[in-house]
Design a protein around this ligand. Structure first.
Ligand code: GLU
Length: 561
């Protein structure tokens, strides 16, 4: 077979050489040890926690070492493409503080190693495909879907390894004349890699170091894998190898679902004579489902999609903080020793990543949110709530599925800035601040009683206070209520009211002789609390009334009489 002729026959339109591309995309001029990483999402529109998790690793590796982190859109599968998907990737990662130095942008792209959209790189892949054909390392395959399917069935019946290889690769042995004939007949073809002769029988393995998993032993590739599809667009395998070489990626961070195809990638790097990148295969994200751990699922777990965190109003700093705790096993320890340091100061390493399934725990994330928000000035939380409301609770019907429509919180927050700041400060400034604030939707539910239009009582009056006492408590409270009372004066009045109705002035007195009282002052103030805000516990009640103002306080109490 004259491979030179075959190469011209298959790729007559390709006249650039490998050297042209090597010269166009020379090794990057970066300081020693700088890492080049990339995120390669497919534009399917669904961006999930796994993407963010991987993007964090990429981002840290690059930016911690003075390297480059770029965005490459892997759009080789036109069928799965969704409009606006690129925008969704960029904006949602940006929200979580993941910024790219180079690559695809909201409009166009930037950087000297593009194009960064794979479909625009067809000629580049075909140049390297042509080179492989010239070396006898790739050949056209004309087998139809049906032929491949029937071969698969025979392999199954004979208990042979599945796939296209060795004796199971009919097009491997086509002569130039046969190929010419098929091309002349207009038969479509895919281009396949030609695995070394005898590879299938040898059963050899090779070793490779994964930066997360350590040393791995894997079978040498023996499959004649498809490099170019019938439309001349590459498969993931070929695009990965060509792109990560030409874009000078040093570290490939990707999900563990790619681990099993590592042998083909290694074989391709070797066939092309290129240095391999360092591979970092991340683990899948798991969650507890009752007693069992299972993979997070797109269908069952809304929290897998990144849009979930934005529409619920999770603060990106908290999500970042939490992700770091599950990314590196020594992060929490570092955080304890460095409570106020920026997370970027943490020395992130792939060695401290889990190689056996990472547990994602929403409750733990919520705890991290509480710790993050408790340190945040109320003005910052206010601005964050406002931005969230502008996007998700602005009174317009939600654009996205799964968004609970609460109302026009954007106007509400805008018109009540001073009040909101006082609300957000409640009991958060002393030595033992309350950690009530978690994420925007929860925060609004938590403070909604301040706003008549959104007020819904959640809890009922305490059962141990009879209805007729309740009325007396509320009526008595209204009679003596004075908005300008100092806190101590105000509470003395409640005490006096309690005593006058047969309730102990202090819980301790009641505990000593419960038979002498109907209850204690705490029961009386709970009645007032429920009347004011429909809840049995809350931050400082006096402070709440100061924020509410006299009219609202009197209105709520009267409504219960
Ligand atoms: N397009 C691939 C995916 O979305 C990227 C894998 C990689 O990072 O190499 O899974």
């Amino acid at each position: 077979m004259n491979h030179e002729q075959l190469a011209e026959l298959l790729f007559p339109h390709i006249n650039k050489s490998r050297e042209d591309y090597e010269a166009q995309f020379p090794p990057r001029k970066l300081p020693e040890g700088a890492r080049v990483t990339r995120l390669g999402p497919s534009p399917t529109g669904f961006i999930h926690l796994g993407n963010l998790y991987g993007a964090f690793v990429d981002e840290r590796l690059a930016h911690q070492s003075g390297g480059v982190f770029f965005l490459r859109i892997e759009d080789t599968d036109e069928k799965r493409e969704v409009e606006g998907a690129v925008e969704a990737v960029i904006t949602s990662l940006d929200y979580f503080g993941v910024h790219f130095d180079e690559g695809a942008l909201l409009e166009g792209e930037k950087g000297a190693y593009g194009p960064y959209f794979q479909r625009q790189r067809a000629e580049i892949y075909q140049c390297f495909a042509k080179w492989l054909v010239r070396q006898g390392m790739a050949y056209p395959c004309f087998c139809s879907e049906a032929e491949i399917q029937s071969m698969r069935e025979r392999q199954e019946a004979e208990k042979a390894n599945p796939g296209y290889y060795g004796a199971w690769a009919p097009c491997r042995g086509l002569t130039l004349e046969q190929i010419e004939e098929k091309l002349a007949a207009g038969l479509p073809f895919v281009l396949r890699f030609r695995a070394p002769e005898g590879a299938a029988e040898s059963g050899e393995s090779f070793e490779i170091e994964d930066a997360i998993r350590g040393r791995l032993s894997m079978p040498v590739n023996f499959q004649d894998t498809v490099l170019l599809k019938q439309n001349g667009i590459p498969t993931y395998h070929f695009a990965h190898v060509v792109d990560d070489h030409l874009m000078r990626t040093t570290h490939v961070v990707r999900g563990e679902e790619w681990l099993s195809s590592l042998p083909i990638h290694v074989a391709l790097f070797e066939a092309l004579g290129w240095e391999k990148p360092v591979y970092c295969h991340t683990t899948v994200l798991m969650k507890m489902d009752g007693e069992n751990k299972r993979k997070l699922s797109k269908r069952k777990d809304p929290e897998l999609g990144l849009s979930y965190y934005r529409r619920q109003g999770y603060h990106p700093a908290a999500v970042r903080e939490y992700l770091l705790t599950i990314l590196n096993s020594n992060y929490e320890e570092w955080r304890l020793a460095n409570p106020d340091a920026p997370a970027e100061d943490f020395p992130f390493t792939t060695e401290k990543m889990s190689a056996s399934g990472t547990l994602f725990d929403l409750d733990k994330l919520n705890d991290v949110c509480k710790d993050t928000l408790v340190k945040m000035p109320s003005a910052e939380i206010y601005d964050f709530l406002l931005a969230w409301a502008k996007d998700y609770q602005n009174g317009q019907p939600p654009e996205e599925e799964g968004v609970r429509c609460i109302g026009d919180l954007y106007s509400l927050f805008s018109e009540n800035k001073e009040k909101m700041l006082r609300i957000l400060d409640m009991d958060r400034t002393g030595p033992k601040p309350r950690k009530d604030l978690v994420y925007c939707e929860q925060i609004f539910d938590y403070i909604s009683y301040f706003f008549d239009d959104y007020y819904r009582p959640e809890e009922s009056f305490p059962e141990n206070v009879p209805a007729e006492d309740r009325q007396k408590i509320l009526a008595g409270y209204l009679e003596t209520y004075c908005q300008t009372d100092e806190q101590s004066v105000w509470f003395d009045k409640i005490r006096a009211l309690a005593v006058s109705l047969g309730y102990a002035a202090k819980p301790k007195e009641y505990q000593k002789a419960p038979e002498q009282y109907k209850g204690h002052v705490g029961d009386v103030s709970t009645v007032i609390r429920v009347a004011l805000m429909g809840r049995r516990s809350s931050p400082n009640l006096w402070e709440i009334q100061q924020i509410m103002g006299e009219a609202q306080v009197r209105g709520r109490i009267s409504a219960c009489l």
